[in-house]
Design a protein around this ligand. Structure first.
Ligand code: GDP
Ligand code: IMO
Ligand code: MG
Length: 411
């Protein structure tokens, strides 16, 4: 068969409520990439990468940083807490991971300041935010009173606006330190696209946390969908070549909001425990649910997903009966498509198909063919329902615990 060449850039997006394993997948793919560029969110994100015996949780720095010689970009679509970013850079350096000219922060990203965090702590509880000041910083951006990174690092502007604030002296130091990383990221990316370099566009959160297309108001305040690449990095939609959806083999959700396939009882607790489902940012327990094909189909539609990276399949080992939700029942009607109407979503009942489980440890398997038959049946049914192929199966948190099933969608 003739060698098929894949896309030269790929948007990697979460297909549900975040924490799908985007960090792990991006780190895996980054080996062949030139640039990794984050396009949305802030330090509400927690992207976990495990290589050998090193485990790193990234909140702002893109997931290409564990590889040498990659350019990591923090796009204009982010809200950046300078204190957290500098702490993260310090932590990486301490762990032997160099952060210097390989990191560029957009001059047009917005800055999170202490009042944003205070405000989030006051009002964020209603939807269970991460209390990192994300919502209030994006609110200021939309209200056109926000502070951009280039203004933050320009002492005369920053002093004029915030010189009388209590935090000024402390933050002035962060501004000085941050300056070296600030640049025109849209030009860097577009030049890189013109050179046909390989780029990963890194999404934070997931489709159902998207401010426009998620389960509003239980969402974050940015565009987590593939469309966010264009606004969050300054890339034309004509230039985005591939979209990879990262999707958990079961579902999880941190924070409040409807979750039709949520599992209560011992099976849920078992998956929660084996999957170590605790938030990478806040340490909160993640709620666990069965695979929801309505959510999956919706994410495929909204993002234009070409193929799926299915993560955490290993966690489902020894669950004797697995379920996939194929429809919702609402007031006597059967719905086959997802809805963001909260009234329906909060009151619908899932309709399930059942699958026999498997007992084999998957964590050492490295080829699709060697997966147990029942695992393959489960994956096949997901592909059938979502009408999209699975290109990657992840069977553990480590970089090498990864099976490439269809390489034509990847680099
Ligand atoms: P992200 O926000 O999408 O990057 O995901 P998180 O890092 O917040 O959460 C995913 C968690 O699952 C992390 O602890 C990862 O180390 C872990 N993980 C990722 N892929 C797999 C997998 O295939 N199997 C297992 N057991 N853990 C995984
Ligand atoms: P990653 O990138 C999971 C959730 C919060 C809350 C809602 C709004 O690691 O997948 P916010 O602080 O953004 O205003 O909170 O969104 N949330 C996430 N859940 N993973 C994330 O990021 C999340 N970022 C925000 O728990 O329900
Ligand atoms: Mg996370």
């Amino acid at each position: 068969m003739a060698r098929q060449y894949g896309p030269s850039n790929i948007a990697v997006v979460g297909m549900e409520w975040g924490d799908e394993g985007k960090g792990k997948i991006i780190d895996f793919l980054a080996e062949k990439a030139d640039v990794v560029a984050r396009f949305n969110g802030g330090n509400n994100a927690g992207h976990t990468i495990e290589v050998g015996n090193k485990k790193i949780v990234l909140h702002l720095v893109p997931s290409g940083v564990m590889h040498k010689d990659k350019i990591n970009i923090i796009g204009n679509g982010l809200v950046v807490d300078p204190k957290v970013l500098l702490q993260e850079i310090g932590f990486l350096e301490k762990n032997g991971i160099k952060v210097n000219s390989n990191l560029v922060v957009s001059e047009n990203a917005h800055v999170i300041l202490p009042p944003h965090i205070e405000e989030d702590k006051k009002i964020g509880g209603q939807i269970g935010t991460t209390a990192r000041g994300i919502g209030p910083a994006y609110t200021d951006k939309a209200a056109r009173v926000g502070l951009k990174v280039y203004e933050f690092v320009d002492e005369s502007i920053f002093r004029k606006r915030y010189g009388n604030e209590e935090f000024y002296q402390e933050y002035k130091k962060y501004a000085d330190e941050l300056k070296q990383f600030v640049g025109d990221t849209s030009s860097i990316i577009n030049t890189s696209i013109d050179k046909n370099q390989k780029i990963l566009f890194e999404g934070a959160q997931g489709t159902l946390l998207d401010i426009d297309h998620g389960t509003y108001p239980f969402v974050t305040s940015s565009n987590a969908i593939a469309g966010g690449v264009c606004t969050g990095l300054g890339v034309s939609p004509k230039k985005v070549q591939g979209v990879l959806g990262v999707c958990k083999a079961y579902k999880t959700r941190v924070g409040l909001g409807p979750f039709p396939t949520e599992i209560t009882g011992s099976t849920g607790e078992k998956i929660q425990k084996i999957g170590k489902e605790f938030g990478a940012t806040t340490g909160r327990q993640r709620r666990v649910g069965w695979f929801d094909a309505l959510v999956g189909k919706y994410a495929v539609m909204i993002n234009g997903i070409d193929s799926i990276a299915l993560t955490k399949l290993d966690v489902l080992t020894a669950v004797s009966k697995l379920k996939i939700c194929v429809a919702y029942r609402y007031k006597g009607n059967v719905m086959k498509d997802f809805t963001t109407n909260m009234k329906i979503l909060q009151n619908c009942q899932p309709v399930y198909e059942e699958f026999d489980g498997w007992w084999d440890d998957l964590t050492k398997i490295r080829s699709y063919d060697k997966l147990p038959n029942n695992a393959k049946k489960y994956l096949k049914r997901i592909e059938e329902l979502l009408k999209v192929p699975i290109s990657i199966v992840s069977v553990g948190p480590k970089r090498d615990q990864t099976i490439v099933a269809r390489s034509e969608f990847l680099f």
